[in-house]
Design a protein around this ligand. Structure first.
Ligand code: PLP
Length: 539
């Protein structure tokens, strides 16, 4: 349990816990207990219609949007180093409750101070993705314009699984598919792309399509038909694969014993030769590996599996190659870093999170299929209320038959708008800066005898350990964990932690181009200071 931080600036502003007053608890309707009918008069006061008009008023909307823009602009202009405002949940909950109207019977009158307080609390607590102190996770500080477009999406509310509801988003998906495929290289008109809510869901969807292709009877029979596929369905993954893949396998009824873990080389990439041996062994155990999942940018260290060789291996073995490029597929956009994904054109499917390295609001995930027909293979069903029997030029753009969601955010709009307004160089420039910064951080670490780099960074993720003199070998793991927790609690920097070969390491993910080498050196000093405190306290 983290200690409460009543001195956090948020609480200075709204008063401490002592001054928090709770609204009266809700005690049920005061109106008659029978259901109201249209013949009942107004409950009291102005007619409900009047209060609704106030809430929906266009002028009201403009002022509220300006209020929000003001809070966000101040947040963006604040260049101070802050990683996380970690607040005790009980204290935060109390504050949040104190900001709620006590009015229950009528629509409460608008209260500007209340809205300001809520927005301020929202912006200032939690991770500070726009500050150079935030280096801990893969969510990005978004390009501000993409947030503006997301806000428009929220108000026009055009869910985009079906063309008739979300027309521009449906068209923009096709345009972005073509634009991004220029970096993959499939023939125009032969591939498919859908958007979906996160790479976890994209991985699940691709595995389902792969399974249905290898075991065509599975969807209708609830398991492989007798003798179908020539073995028990199994999936092969690199040992560092994201946890969503084994989770997806579980959802598909593929047990842990049917997941073949491929060994990694010293660079933490799947080693194709050893993968071949491992797959032959799995075959002997009666497993039919229908899908090989490669990572393009592992979550832990940002390593890129050798897609070219794994593509050949998959073809030889008749396996589907799914590439989890949630983090690293964005490097395709950069001329300098595209080579990390050499062989990507051999993939049957590719998951690509634009909400990570394309710097747009979450979720925005792209799921590509090399063969357009495969994109229809995940879900083999028809529902008369949404799927038209006679396709026409409009329904041809529906994605509802290919993605899991029914109501789906028009998540392509922020990405497409940035692409339309600024072009691809915006992304390439930022990605290159961030990858170069990770490389520079690696160089800095090599010059510091009390730090150890765990790997050479391939992208913008770097793991390292602090090993000051006097730290016993046995304590290395616990020391990194303690440092990470203390740094997180102090809040100036936000970094993460990952176990590498069973020993904890500190992890930075560079997502903000405002981070400089000076910030990195200041972080190392902070780690030294915290480490010294911990060693002194332990002595
Ligand atoms: C982040 C990540 C995921 C999960 O993606 P979500 O969009 O968070 O669901 C999957 N795989 C890799 C390699 C990731 O980095």
């Amino acid at each position: 349990m983290v200690e409460p931080r009543p001195n956090s600036p948020v609480f200075e502003q709204y008063g401490t816990t002592d001054s928090v007053t709770f609204p009266a608890p809700f005690e049920g309707p005061t109106a008659p207990c029978r259901p109201r009918t249209p013949h009942d008069g107004p409950v009291h006061g102005p007619s409900p219609h009047d209060s609704l008009s106030t809430v929906f008023d266009a002028g009201r909307f403009r002022r509220d949007a300006q209020t929000a823009a003001g809070h966000l602009a101040r947040n963006l202009a604040d260049t101070s180093v802050r990683g996380l405002d970690l607040v005790d949940p009980a204290l935060l909950s109390k504050t949040a409750r104190s900001l709620m109207t006590a009015e229950r019977d009528a629509v409460a009158p608008f209260d500007q101070a209340r809205l300001d307080a809520i927005l301020d609390l929202y912006v200032r607590t939690g991770i500070q993705v726009h500050s150079p102190g935030y280096m801990g996770r893969q969510f990005s500080g978004v390009v501000p314009l993409s947030g503006v477009v997301d806000f428009v999406s929220s108000v026009v509310n055009q869910p985009s699984s079906f063309y008739e509801a979300g027309q521009l988003p449906s068209v923009a998906e096709r345009i972005m598919a073509d634009e991004l495929n220029r970096f993959i290289g499939w023939a125009p008109g032969t591939f498919a792309m859908i958007t979906t809510s996160g790479a976890s869901l994209a991985n699940l969807t691709a595995l389902l399509a792969a399974r249905n292709k290898a075991f065509p009877g599975f969807w209708s029979d609830g398991g492989p038909a007798r003798g179908e596929g020539g073995g028990r369905p199994a999936v092969a993954v690199g040992a560092d694969v994201h946890y969503s893949v084994s989770r997806a396998a579980g959802v598909l009824g593929i047990g842990d014993a049917q997941i073949v873990r491929l060994p990694l080389g010293p660079d933490r990439r799947v080693c194709p030769q050893r993968a071949r041996d491992e797959l032959a062994e799995a075959e002997r155990r009666g497993l039919k590996v229908f899908c090989l999942v490669a990572s393009a940018g592992t979550t832990s260290v940002g390593a890129f599996d050798p897609l070219d060789e794994l593509g050949d291996l998959a073809r030889d073995k008749g396996m589907w190659l799914h590439v989890d490029g949630a983090h690293g597929a964005s490097l395709l956009v950069s001329d300098r870093f595209r080579g990390r994904l050499r062989g990507i054109e051999k993939a049957d499917s590719l998951a690509w999170d634009a909400h990570k390295m394309m710097f747009v609001p979450a979720p925005c995930t792209l799921l590509f299929y090399r063969d357009e027909a495969d994109s229809l293979g995940a879900f083999r069903q028809r529902a008369s209320y949404v799927f038209d029997e006679e396709p026409d030029p409009y329904t041809e753009l529906d994605s509802g038959g290919r993605n899991f969601e029914c109501t789906k955010r028009p998540m392509i709009m922020p990405l497409w708008t940035l692409w339309a307004v600024y072009g691809p160089a915006l992304f390439a420039e930022k990605i290159e800066y961030l990858c170069d910064l990770a490389a520079e951080t690696h160089r800095i670490l090599l010059g510091e005898p009390d730090f150890e780099a765990v790997h050479r960074p391939e992208a913008n993720i770097l793991c390292f350990r602090h090993r000051p003199a006097g730290l016993g070998e046995r304590d290395v793991h616990r020391f990194q964990v303690a440092i990470r927790n203390r740094i997180k609690r102090e809040g100036t920097y936000f970094i993460s932690k990952v176990d590498i070969d069973g020993v904890a390491a500190l992890r930075v993910v560079m997502m903000n181009h405002q981070i400089t080498a000076d910030h990195v050196r200041a972080l190392l000093d902070e780690i030294r200071r915290v480490g010294q405190d911990l060693l002194t306290a332990a002595a």
